[in-house]
Design a protein around this ligand. Sequence first.
Ligand code: UD1
Length: 380
Amino acid sequence: MKGNFRMRDGKIKLISVVGARPNLVKIFPLLDEIKRRGVFKSILVHTGQHYSKDMSEVFFKDFQLPHPDIYLGIGSGTHAQQTARVMAGFEEVLMKERPDLVIVVGDVNSTMACAVTCAKLHIPVAHIEAGLRSFDRAMPEEINRIVTDSVSNYLFAPSADAVNNLKKEGFKEENIFFVGNIMIDSLMRLKKKSADSAILNTLGLNKKDYAVLTLHRPSNVDDRIAFENILDAVGEIQKRVKIVFPAHPRTKKVLRKFGMEKRFQKLKGVILIEPLGYLDFLQLMSNSRFIMTDSGGIQEETTILKIPCLTLRDNTERPITVKMGTNTIVGNDAKKITNVALRMLKVKPEERISLPKFWDGKTAERIISIIVKKKRPFFI
Ligand code: UD1
């Protein structure tokens, strides 16, 4: 099926989907651009995969996002429960609204569930962040990436390696668009504003006098041995540099389950806090010595900020961050994490001259230009 968008009332009817915290960071520049063009009837759907104030609401405030037009209230559950609830809820939305195009971002369960629901109803899907692959199918996100890409009409890739992955998997060139990294749009827009954040004062920190830790991958926190390994490393590193640890709800839950809270409290160099909003976290990252994380987005943000990043995983779907020199894959072996972290305290980060292509703050503009220009795309 191909042809023009239906352009009811002279406008393209577009649904953008968010579900989890990183989705909000990716949708913000896009919604701005959609509004600026004035050719869309835009509907924002929040699945409610993340629902806590500090995982969702604070981001709406930091980005000054409009309230979602439709809130599905899906909440937490097993993978199948969460995915099924999103699909059932979103199907009703699609039947009622019959959009011309649905935009999904990233790799969370909501992304995959909404993309599949669209495909079954023959509604075109645009996937932003297409083509990233960790080649580790034990990661729920890897399954989400593969499935989402396989049913998407527009594959908006953030980097050249993502484009190559898609080509190797046999996607047609006409469906692949190398547009750059949408998260960097958000970062560039809000970097200046984040400097007004009082987070360093609130936590009693001086610039470049601390490291940051974030953890939430099931492979690190749901696995007791992996979590204890990381904790051993944190125990050593905090003797040399303060570590700020904004703990994700999944991680806090597991800390309680494994009875590890006391062990953390004994570590005087660790500052355990609630998850932060975007502006506070950006300010915290920007002034840190280095970051230890299992997040995907933080690997990319530290690349632009030129902050050393230790990725507490065995692989990354963002190899370009390693190529650029800021990211080191350290896994969850206590000795390796400690050694690399302590080395980071000694070396001055190299000033790099180049950044990944199209990580320039103009990705949203490129994406919307393509959507506006293109006819209704081919189904794959
Ligand atoms: C999800 C994404 C992951 C992404 C991460 C960012 C999937 C498979 N995983 O992982 O790719 O990197 O979001 O944060 O989609 N919880 C709360 N409040 C909330 C949300 C969650 O308390 O607002 C707790 C619940 O106990 C829940 C647990 O966190 O069971 C995990 O939430 P879930 O959405 O299943 O996965 P995340 O670990 O957040």
